[in-house]
Design a protein around this ligand. Structure first.
Ligand SMILES: C[S@@+](CC[C@H](N)C(=O)[O-])C[C@H]1O[C@@H](n2cnc3c(N)ncnc32)[C@H](O)[C@@H]1O
Length: 228
């Protein structure tokens, strides 16, 4: 019997948020997430999209070794460009900067983006939350995974109208720290907000960006009901 591919905790968290028919993994590299999606029955079919030749070859090798080439198709290309409209039910982009992920989402052709997106940026997801608000996606799930640094994992669902996740929260703080994470008020988020307050306090002054960021961090502390 073939053994399951092992995922690190951040990709396990992404996997747990998917249950789909056709899934596209953009910037897949080793293709471990699509392999596990097929092995666990959480996807019926996967499309791997990779920009660079080295990772593309690695993905092909890993998929062939696992004997899953009939279920995982590998396409060379940039972002969502190799995908046809309405071809995928869900997509993931993981292990990249939030700004890069937001650019990939913004550049997608109309009709190509699937209704479910699971995104795992390596830094502050604010650019992704802004994109989602402007693009008709609601934030349905957020997690922070402990690792080399806290890895955010976000699930977005296409839905019309304002996202109810943000209602009743200070807007800038919610975009920066995450509406669901603020409500959950977990220790990883609390540590991150405290670190921001300590870093920003000596830099803040009226009119400076650091002051706006400090105000957002202090609003966030109030929401989670803690002090520095
Ligand atoms: C740091 S790796 C992350 C690999 C994997 N997704 C993970 O989370 O472990 C980023 C991968 O995305 C690929 N990549 C970067 N920009 C891309 C783009 N615009 N379209 C497709 N692939 C891209 C890179 O070649 C690289 O293999």
């Amino acid at each position: 019997m073939r053994r399951f591919v092992r995922l690190d905790e951040r990709l396990e968290a992404v996997l747990a948020l998917l249950d789909t028919d056709t899934h596209a993994d953009i910037g897949s590299d080793h293709a471990k997430l699509p392999l596990r999606l097929i092995q666990t029955g959480r996807a019926r079919r996967c499309i791997v999209i990779e920009l660079n030749p080295g990772p593309l070859a690695l993905a092909r090798r890993n998929v062939a070794r696992a004997g899953l080439a009939d279920y995982i198709e590998i396409r060379a290309g940039d972002g969502f460009a190799p995908l046809h409209p309405a071809e995928a039910d869900s997509a993931s982009i993981t292990g990249m900067g939030a700004g890069t992920i937001a650019v990939i989402l913004r550049r997608a052709e109309v009709g190509v983006l699937p209704p479910t997106l699971v995104l795992q940026p390596n830094d502050n997801p604010a650019p992704i939350r802004v994109w989602a608000q402007q693009s008709g996606y609601h934030l349905t799930h957020e997690r922070l995974i402990d690792g080399y640094w806290p890895y955010p994992v976000l699930r977005l669902l296409r839905h019309p109208g304002p996202d109810p996740a943000y209602s009743g929260l200070p807007h800038t703080a919610a975009l920066r720290y995450g509406p669901h994470l603020l409500r959950e008020a977990g220790p990883l988020l609390a540590a991150r907000i405290r670190a921001d307050v300590l870093r920003l306090t000596p830099l803040a002054a009226p009119g400076r960006t650091a002051q706006l960021e400090l105000d957002a961090a202090q609003d966030a502390l109030q929401v989670i009901g803690r002090r520095v």
